[in-house]
Design a protein around this ligand. Structure first.
Ligand code: SF4
Ligand code: SF4
Ligand code: SF4
Length: 286
């Protein structure tokens, strides 16, 4: 027969500060910066908005096809089953300047999403892709909160968060599905340094703006825009990944887990104490 647990609530509360300090220290670990070996490029000035990249992405990744989304020109958003969208952008200062933008995960060099995941389900691979391990994901959606572009989306059927993987299961031998499907070479894929050089040159040629060179600490998906993200009404990410904020989110996530654990343990120990009292009273009666 096992020994009966006789720890009192007071003894347990003495132990608790040590536990909470441990949880807080665990939360201060920051995500490491790892620039990818490969990169993806979208040139909005070449894109014709055909959306073949969306169909190719869905076919390769076995995602549910929404014909309406692919055939109409209405603005669409990322979802757990749509990892890339193509929307029309307009320059606020020059309404004639209209371009389609292929939008998906930016594959940040220092991904905020990975930094906050409490179960380390998101990883930046040395090749460049930032991927979610769906077997580890617990669906807490902290990655969505931390991402400056709100890219990772929850799949309500699979109960996990999903997003573009930069086709990590094809590259570098075969180009990402979207890149291979583009009929006008508005998408490109290759060694990151070469992609960056091409992107800078093209940005200069069109007198535009290179999105992703500095945003969110730099990303392995670059986009040549005709003008600044502000003028196009796009989400403007901070140039740096702000670790202070990440740590706050992480502390909240660990705090939540710690609080749940604490509540459970307190319940368990308070029962033990009550039981002890009952036993003592029974002994007195005898
Ligand atoms: S864009 Fe968002 S989801 Fe993609 S790597 Fe960066 S932080 Fe993560
Ligand atoms: S890189 Fe692959 S997963 Fe990402 S948008 Fe293109 S086809 Fe989809
Ligand atoms: S396939 Fe190429 S041209 Fe067509 S929408 Fe996608 S990026 Fe643009």
């Amino acid at each position: 027969m096992g020994r009966r647990n006789t720890t009192t609530r007071r003894q347990f509360l003495k132990f608790f500060p040590t536990t909470s300090i441990g949880l807080s220290l665990g939360s201060s670990v920051s995500a490491k910066a790892s620039p990818g070996k490969y990169g993806k490029l979208h040139d909005t000035t070449k894109c014709i908005g055909c959306k073949r990249c969306i169909s190719a992405c869905k076919r390769w990744n076995k995602l549910k096809i929404d014909r309406d989304e692919e055939l109409t020109d209405r603005e669409t958003d990322l979802t757990g089953k749509t990892w890339v969208v193509v929307n029309l952008t307009r320059d606020k200062k020059n309404r004639e300047d209209r371009h389609y933008q292929h939008w998906a995960c930016q594959h940040c060099i220092k991904p905020a999403c990975a930094g906050v995941c409490p179960v380390k389900a998101i990883k930046k691979l040395p090749e460049g892709p930032v991927v979610v391990d769906e077997n580890k994901c617990i669906g807490c959606r902290y990655c969505y909160q931390a991402c400056p572009y709100k890219v990772p989306r929850f799949d309500f059927e699979k109960r996990v968060t999903r997003k573009c993987t930069m086709c990590h299961d094809r590259i570098p031998r075969v180009k990402p599905a979207c890149v291979a499907a583009c009929p006008v070479e508005a998408l490109d894929f290759g060694l990151k340094q070469e992609i960056l050089t091409k992107a800078r040159k093209r940005t200069e040629e069109v007198g535009g703006y290179l999105l992703g060179e500095h945003e969110a600490g730099g990303t392995d998906f670059l986009t040549v825009l005709s003008t600044t993200p502000e003028d196009l009404g796009l989400v403007v990410a901070p140039k740096k990944v702000v670790n202070r904020n990440l740590d706050k989110i992480r502390i909240t996530s660990y705090g939540f887990m710690g609080a749940s654990l604490l509540t459970g343990l307190m319940y368990m120990y308070s029962r033990t104490e009550e039981e002890q009292k009952e036993e003592e009273e029974e002994e007195k009666k005898e």
